[in-house]
Design a protein around this ligand. Structure first.
Ligand code: ADP
Ligand code: ASP
Ligand code: MG
Length: 443
C-alpha cells in the first residue's frame, strides 16, 4: 500500500482526548505522515499577541493562558519530561519574541511569522506524545527544514522543486515511523520562518503529499466531509460522498472553509485523491475528492463568502476607448490583490474584494486617480457550484426565481461551467442559501 498523508485541523487537536483520537485514527489507517494545525484558537491568540504592541503586561497575561492550555494537554497525556522541557523552551523563546514586539512597539510581517509558527510547533510537540502513548514510534520533524517558500511573509508561496527535493531526501519518505510535522509554516531558502496564510495547513499537507508521492491525502476536521453547504449555516446540508477536483476547488475558493482554496491544486497537478472526514466521528464516513467521479449533478453545493466589499470605479473616459480595464487591473496587481468577481458597464467597472483588503488606504487612493470610487460594505458572495452551469438553459432563471425578493447587488455568470455567483447583503445570505438549497438540492 502507498504512502498516506493525514492532516489534523485545530479542533482535531484541541485537547489530549482529541489528540489521542487522532493518533488512534492515523495508526488504524496507517497514515505515516501526519501534518497538524495549532490547537484550536491558538493562532488567533498569537495574532492578538502580535497586535498588542504597546502592552507587555497584557501580553504576559495572554502568554500565561496559552502556556497553561498546552501544559494541561501535556498533563492529560501523561507525557514525558523531555516533552515538558521542549514546551518550556518554546514558551521561553515565544516570550522573548513578544517582549521584542513590546520594546520595538512594532511587528513586521516577517516578525509576525516568527511568532505565528509557535502554534504548530507546540501542538506537534504534544501530538508526538499522543502517538507514543499508543505504543508506536513517532518522530517530530520541523516543517521549516523542507517546506521552502518565497519571502512573502504571511502569504508565502511554495517553491515546488525545493520542497520535492527536500522531502525526497528526508525521513518523510525514508522512515518506517510515524512522522509528525507542522502545517501552515515553512521557511525561505535563507532560513527565515514563513507562513502560508490563515487556514494554510490543508495546503501544507497537500504539498507534502505531492512531494512524497503519496497515494492519497486525508483531511481530518470537525465535520464528516464536504457538505452541500456549510452545516453551521443551513440545517438541511447533507454530506457529499464524492466530488470532482474542479468543483471542490470552486467551492473552497468561494468560501467553503472546510478546505483551504489551494488544497486541491497539488491533486490537480498530480492526480492523487483527497478524503475529508471527521476525526471525532470517522465512522460517519466522508467525502472523496477525485479527478473523475460517478455523477456530475448540475448543482452540487452552495457556498458563502462573507465580509465582501463591492468597489466600483466609474469614469466617462472608459466609454469608447481601450486600455482602461488594464489600468485598473494594474493597480490590483501592484497591491498584490486578487479579485474574485468583475462586472463592467459602459462607464464603470465593479469588483468584489475581501473587506480586510481595504485596510490599505493606498489602494483606494491609487484607484481614485482613475475615476470616481464607490465602496459598499457588508456584502456576501453566494455561489452555486456544480457542472454544465453555463450550458444549462433556464438555470439562471430558476435561480432568480428561487431567491425572489432578495436584492442582488451583482451577478457573475458565464465564465465558469462549474460556478455562478451573486452578491447580496450579508443579512440576506443565510435566507438565500436556504432557499437555493431547498430548490436545487433538497428537492
Ligand atoms: P479545521 O480547523 O479542521 O481546518 P475549519 O474550521 O477550517 O476546520 O473547517 C471546517 C468547517 O468548515 C466546518 O466546521 C464547517 O462549519 C465549515 N464549512 C463551510 N462550508 C462547508 C461545507 N460545504 N461542508 C462542510 N463544512 C463546511
Ligand atoms: N493554525 C493556522 C490557522 O489557524 C493554520 C491552520 O489551522 O490551517 O490559520
Ligand atoms: Mg481549516
Amino acid at each position: 500500500m502507498g504512502r498516506i498523508v493525514a492532516k489534523f485541523g485545530g479542533s482535531s487537536v484541541k485537547d489530549a482526548l482529541a489528540m489521542s483520537n487522532c493518533a488512534r485514527l492515523a495508526v488504524k489507517r496507517n497514515a505515516r505522515i501526519i501534518v497538524s494545525s495549532a490547537t484550536q484558537g491558538t493562532t488567533d491568540e498569537l495574532v492578538a499577541l502580535c497586535d498588542l504592541e504597546g502592552s507587555w503586561k497584557l501580553a504576559q497575561e495572554r502568554l500565561k493562558v496559552l502556556e497553561a492550555r498546552h501544559l494541561s494537554i501535556w498533563e492529560d497525556l501523561k507525557a514525558s519530561d523531555t516533552c515538558l522541557e521542549k514546551l518550556n523552551e518554546l514558551f521561553s523563546r515565544l516570550r522573548s519574541l513578544c517582549h521584542g514586539i513590546y520594546l520595538l512597539n512594532d511587528c513586521s510581517p516577517k516578525f509576525r511569522d516568527r511568532i505565528l509558527c509557535f502554534g504548530e510547533l507546540l501542538s506537534t510537540t504534544l501530538l508526538v506524545e499522543a502517538f507514543r502513548a499508543q505504543g508506536v514510534e513517532a518522530e517530530f520533524l520541523d516543517a521549516r527544514t523542507f517546506l521552502k517558500t518565497s519571502d512573502k511573509f504571511g502569504a508565502a508561496q511554495p517553491i515546488l522543486e525545493e520542497i520535492a527535493s527536500h522531502v525526497q531526501g528526508s525521513v518523510l519518505v525514508s522512515s518506517e515511523n510515524f512522522i509528525i510535522t507542522q502545517g501552515f509554516i515553512g521557511s525561505t531558502l535563507s532560513g527565515s520562518t514563513t507562513t502560508l496564510g490563515r487556514g494554510g495547513s490543508d495546503y501544507s499537507a497537500a504539498l507534502i503529499a505531492e512531494a512524497a508521492r503519496a497515494e492519497h491525502l486525508e483531511i481530518w476536521t470537525d465535520v464528516a466531509g464536504v457538505a452541500t453547504t456549510d452545516p453551521r449555516l443551513c440545517p438541511d446540508a447533507r454530506p457529499i460522498s464524492e466530488i470532482s477536483f474542479r468543483e471542490a476547488s470552486e467551492l473552497a475558493a468561494f468560501g467553503a472553509k472546510v478546505l483551504h482554496p489551494t488544497t486541491v491544486w497539488p491533486s490537480i497537478r498530480k492526480g492523487f485523491p483527497v478524503f475529508v472526514g471527521s476525526s471525532q466521528h470517522p465512522e460517519e464516513g466522508g467525502t472523496w475528492i477525485r479527478s473523475e467521479v460517478a455523477e456530475y449533478p448540475i448543482i452540487r453545493a452552495i457556498s458563502v463568502k462573507k465580509s465582501q466589499v463591492f468597489l466600483t470605479i466609474s469614469t466617462p473616459e472608459m466609454s469608447q476607448t481601450y486600455g482602461f480595464l488594464a489600468k485598473v487591473f494594474d493597480v490590483f496587481r501592484d497591491h498584490e490583490l486578487s479579485i474574485d468577481t468583475v462586472t463592467t458597464s459602459e462607464i464603470s467597472i465593479g469588483v468584489t474584494l475581501d473587506e480586510v483588503e481595504l485596510a490599505n488606504d493606498k489602494l483606494l487612493q491609487d484607484l481614485a486617480s482613475l475615476g470616481k470610487i464607490e465602496v459598499e460594505r457588508g456584502l456576501s458572495l453566494v455561489s452555486l457550484v456544480g457542472n454544465r452551469i453555463r450550458h444549462t438553459p433556464g438555470l439562471l432563471e430558476s435561480i432568480l426565481r428561487a431567491i425572489n425578493g432578495v436584492n442582488l447587488r451583482s451577478i457573475c455568470a458565464g465564465a465558469s461551467k462549474h460556478q455562478v455567483c451573486f452578491l447580496v447583503e450579508s443579512e440576506e445570505a443565510g435566507r438565500c442559501v436556504e432557499q437555493l438549497h431547498r430548490s436545487f438540492i433538497s428537492s
